[in-house]
Design a protein around this ligand. Structure first.
Ligand SMILES: NC(=O)c1ccc[n+]([C@@H]2O[C@H](COP(=O)([O-])OP(=O)(O)OC[C@H]3O[C@@H](n4cnc5c(N)ncnc54)[C@H](OP(=O)(O)O)[C@@H]3O)[C@@H](O)[C@H]2O)c1
Length: 259
């Protein structure tokens, strides 16, 4: 089955990808910053027949991204599946003068996605195939600050990469989750109680649905009918309506941010 490299493979959606790909027979390379957690997750997934490697890397640091790119380029140890998943919620004002948070979000969720997917594609091309999954978000279809802009980039970039790689045997899929129960909201200090319970998804069925979409060669994966309807509306409603909805969610979120 080959080897899958998952960034952010120690928690939430990335951990669900790691487990699902291991269950389908892949060896794993897990990437994250917290070394002890990496080792713990690796030990839980490693078996006599399945190798699990760990690479500690902070994807906001370019030298660390290069380390992962070097691993993806190693033709002696081919990586057949790349899951660009690491990321986090951001909600600072767009008029802030301090660019620190933007720089970190840009490095992890834009630049590293571009570098790692490009590197993986160059390594996969001579082998005649491979799978690239970029974890984007439904938030890319609304207008909720830098996070929406970043995820709009990830979706658009993934569609362009799929076009560029058409005919090479390499598939590219952007996964667009809605709200998923992970550590994401706690880390971003967003109280999850502000989000209606019917809109929450679990990582495992989300990832299973995504892997089914990947097998069907779909470029965009939007798991669950609820979010398919929602994204259809977001793509077809007048933008004035989309902006008004975004303003309403943003202001309720501002009120619910933990202080
Ligand atoms: N949860 C949602 O509602 C939701 C919805 C739509 C899209 N998404 C997207 O799904 C992806 C995964 O999020 P999640 O919900 O699973 O969050 P999560 O549970 O907080 O997991 C995030 C993972 O990314 C790793 N990570 C974070 N920053 C990193 C960095 N600088 N370098 C390397 N690894 C880093 C974390 O490990 P370390 O902290 O050890 O580095 C962890 O393994 C993100 O791209 C997010 O934008 C989430």
């Amino acid at each position: 089955m080959g080897t899958a490299l998952v960034t952010g493979g120690t928690s939430g959606i990335g951990l669900a990808f790691a487990r699902a790909l291991a269950a389908r027979g892949h060896d794993l390379v897990l990437v994250a910053r917290d070394e002890s957690r990496l080792e713990e997750v690796a030990a839980s997934l490693r078996t006599e027949v399945r190798a699990v490697e760990t690479l500690r890397a902070d994807l906001s640091v370019r030298a660390d991204v290069q380390l992962i790119a070097d691993r993806l380029s190693d033709q002696a140890r081919p990586v057949d599946v790349l899951v660009n998943n690491a990321g986090f919620g951001v909600h600072w004002s767009l008029t802030t003068a301090d660019m620190t948070a933007w720089d970190e979000a840009y490095e992890v969720m834009v630049r590293s996605v571009l570098v790692l997917a490009g590197t993986a594609a160059r390594a996969m091309e001579p082998r005649g195939g491979g799978t690239i999954i970029n974890v984007s978000s439904v938030a890319g279809y609304i207008t909720m600050g830098a996070y929406s802009a970043i995820k709009a980039f990830v979706t658009s970039y993934s569609e362009s990469l799929a076009n560029e790689l058409k005919g090479t045997g390499i598939t590219v899929t952007a996964l667009l989750p809605g709200w998923v129960r992970t550590e994401f909201h706690g880390r971003a200090k967003i109280r999850s109680s502000s989000i209606p319970s019917m809109l929450w998804l679990d990582s495992e069925p989300l990832v299973d649905a995504c892997l089914r979409d990947v097998a069907r060669g779909r470029v965009l994966s939007v798991p669950t009918i609820r979010f398919q309807v929602l994204t259809w509306l977001l793509r077809h409603l007048p933008r004035t309506v989309v902006r008004a909805v975004s303003r309403a969610i943003s202001s309720s979120r501002r009120d619910s941010l933990e202080r």
